[in-house]
Design a protein around this ligand. Structure first.
Ligand SMILES: Cc1cc2nc3c(=O)[nH]c(=O)nc-3n(C[C@H](O)[C@H](O)[C@H](O)COP(=O)(O)O)c2cc1C
Length: 218
């Protein structure tokens, strides 16, 4: 069994990267490959339909190699984060570049897949953009439209970038105030580290196990 796992987060050893690796390792698959998308060049799809006959993109960049990896994988785990409360552009470009696998043969159909989304706005937070939900949907809808088996998604509590900015809470458009209210401080919000959230780590491990069960028809 081969697992392909990708992270769209450009942050070094980010929560998203580590979350994706936890789920990937929980599959116990013999062949596991992790790609940090910011290490590669992946343009968005040109919608030229140059891939229809060949199932291969005509853009000469790393998107071709990654699509080949996706085709050969039995299980796909897609991790991303949510700048401006939607899926990040690297993860989106990666998904778009899997379009060559769509035509005539539905080459991704039936494969189990999962989404892992890091967001600063907590899921279901009233009056806030649905960042986590939007990120999850982007991956889920891709898998749905390709006839894949969407096994599930896990959301990770990410960090508001303003926590690390020198203006912190002073800024007129501080994300800390927007999410946590006028009394929020850099200290009160703090830094979220995935491994401290044991429930989420358990959910990620379960996701990996569920992907394998689905692969074997469970
Ligand atoms: C440019 C930028 C804009 C962001 N905007 C949002 C946002 O609108 N909503 C949200 O939930 N998170 C937003 N985030 C936070 C990310 O979703 C995510 O929590 C964080 O970048 C992941 O970092 P971590 O892996 O260190 O936790 C933004 C991050 C960046 C870099």
């Amino acid at each position: 069994m081969k697992v392909l796992a990708v992270s769209g987060s450009p942050i070094e050893n980010s929560n998203t990267d580590r979350a994706v690796k936890i789920a990937m390792e929980a599959t116990g698959a013999k062949k596991q490959e992790f790609f940090k998308l910011s290490d590669y060049t992946i343009s968005p799809c040109n919608a030229c339909l140059g891939c229809v006959e060949t199932n291969r993109c005509i853009i000469k960049d790393d998107g071709v190699m990654l699509a080949e990896k996706a085709y050969k994988a039995d299980i796909i785990i897609i991790g991303g984060y949510t700048p401006y409360s939607t899926i990040d552009s690297r993860t989106k470009a990666f998904i778009e570049r899997l379009y060559p696998l769509h035509h005539r043969h539905g080459l991704m159909a039936g494969k189990p897949g999962a989404a892992i989304i890091t967001c600063a706005i907590p899921p279901g937070k009233e009056g806030m953009p649905p960042a986590c939900e939007s990120g999850l949907s982007a991956v889920q809808y891709y898998m749905m439209e390709e006839g894949m088996k969407f096994v599930g998604g896990v959301t990770i509590s990410g960090n508001v970038p303003c926590v690390k900015c020198s203006s912190g809470i002073q800024c007129q458009v501080s994300g800390l105030k927007m999410i946590y209210g006028p009394d929020a401080t850099v200290e009160s919000v703090g830094i979220n580290t995935l491994e401290d959230d044991t429930d989420t780590v358990s959910a990620l491990k379960k996701l990996g196990e569920d992907l394998v069960k689905t692969y074997y028809g469970g």
